[in-house]
Design a protein around this ligand. Structure first.
Ligand code: NG1
Length: 397
């Protein structure tokens, strides 16, 4: 939406008021490092050109009114008070409430705002539309209250704020949304959050393909996600109880021994399921380090091989893939990708594949004709060549 169009759309919804702030917050694709963030191990995502945008008019009172250009999302209103009661579980307005609750507690904000939301991040596709919405609402309310919070603190605050909607996420999505850098992917570490921007080689492209299977934040996918977080915690606790010198976090653990040694030692302590979860987490953390080195060296075959290994681990050890995602990665590889893997939490959503720039259109076409067209899925919007974008920002209009 251009500025003029945005202003007209805004005025039509909010009694001819005029927005003075424009916020954008990008979605993201995770290149490698899946289900590591909530275990305190690194991730390697990049912000993408798909984004959530908010036009915002600060108010004098404490009311927050949120409208969405997408008619599936009904208008929501609430007031900034010390304890903001959530809407029903799964309600989209809870992302605005999550931002507001966090900012009331952290910064004592008192000024509400009228917010008009629009965006083109596919929903429930593992591209982090929800965190983009939360971050966008946060930046809008901060600016409306003329409060500034330093970016890394904001990353931590937004990660914690998302728990308001019932998600115990690890912090990757909020960090990349706020910290993204055009032309770069970010290696992000946690506790405390810190990151390094790694320049994307000019002839690399990441292709994202949607399986068409929704991996929503409610329902089975969320239960599966939360179950994995518990399993990982349990695995660590069991190891700690049986190895006297065992460090207390995964991050400490991996500095003491190689993946092979850790898995070897865990074998006598953990049952089959916990052992496989553990093996995924520690091996995936190591793959992030190796992938960082491969990107710095411009070694696409190596990066691709690591993506393939990541997918196998997510499928066989972490049990978060599904036949559709497995099929998509096979198509991507056979069309010439260096490597491909599911991206995001899994249980549906998208895959990501590394291809040479000159091959990108060919791989996109192959995926559309082999996977999307036979299923009657909208081929055009289901496959995307990602561009590494800048993180979220707010400007006055
Ligand atoms: P998705 O479901 O792809 O947005 C989730 C978590 C991340 C991370 C990945 C798995 C949320 C908001 N995000 O991402 O923190 O744990 O799964 O690597 O739950």
């Amino acid at each position: 939406m251009n500025d003029e169009h945005a202003i007209r759309a805004f005025s039509a919804r909010f009694e001819r008021r005029v927005p003075t702030l424009a916020v954008r917050a990008p979605g993201r694709v995770n290149l490698i490092g899946e289900h590591t963030d909530y275990n305190g191990l690194p991730v390697f995502p990049m912000a993408i050109q798909r984004e959530v945008r908010i036009a915002c008019a600060p108010r004098r009172d404490a009311s927050v009114r949120v409208e969405n250009v997408d008619a599936r999302f009904e208008r929501r209103e609430f007031v900034l008070v010390p304890e903001i009661t959530p809407f029903a579980r799964g309600d989209w307005g809870n992302y605005a409430k999550a931002a507001a609750q966090m900012l009331v507690q952290r910064a004592g904000i008192t000024r509400g705002a009228d917010l008009l939301v629009e965006g083109d991040v596919p929903l429930a596709a593992g591209l982090s539309s929800s965190s983009a919405l939360l971050v966008a609402c946060t930046l809008a309310l901060l600016a409306a209250n003329e409060v500034e919070i330093e970016r890394t603190e904001l990353m931590e605050l937004c990660a914690r704020a998302e728990r308001y909607v019932g998600t115990h996420s690890g912090g990757m999505d909020q960090a990349i949304c706020l910290g993204g850098r055009a032309g770069h992917a970010l290696v992000i570490d946690f506790a405390p959050v810190r990151f390094e921007a790694v320049r994307m080689p000019d002839d690399w492209r990441f292709v994202i393909a949607d399986s068409g299977l929704k991996a929503g934040k409610s329902g089975a996918a969320r239960e599966g996600y939360n179950a994995r977080t518990v399993e990982c915690r349990t695995a660590l606790e069991r190891l700690r109880a049986s190895w006297k010198e065992t460090p207390t976090t995964y991050a400490e653990l991996v500095t003491h021994a190689t993946t092979g040694e850790l898995v070897g030692r865990a074998r006598s302590v953990l049952d089959d399921v916990l052992l496989r979860r553990f093996r995924h987490v520690v091996s995936e953390g190591a793959r992030v380090d190796a992938a960082r080195a491969a990107m710095l060296a411009g070694d696409a075959p190596r990066f691709g091989a690591l993506m393939n290994a990541s997918h196998a681990s997510l499928r066989d050890d972490y049990d978060v893939s599904c036949p559709e995602l497995d099929e998509l990665v096979v198509h991507a590889r056979s069309a010439g990708a260096f490597g491909a893997r599911l991206t995001g939490a899994g249980f549906g959503g998208c895959i990501v594949a590394l291809v040479r720039a000159s091959e990108a259109e060919r791989v996109v076409h192959a995926l559309r004709t082999r996977y999307h067209a036979p299923r009657g899925l909208e081929a055009e919007s289901s496959v995307l060549v990602a561009r590494a974008a800048d993180g979220a920002d707010v400007r006055t209009v």
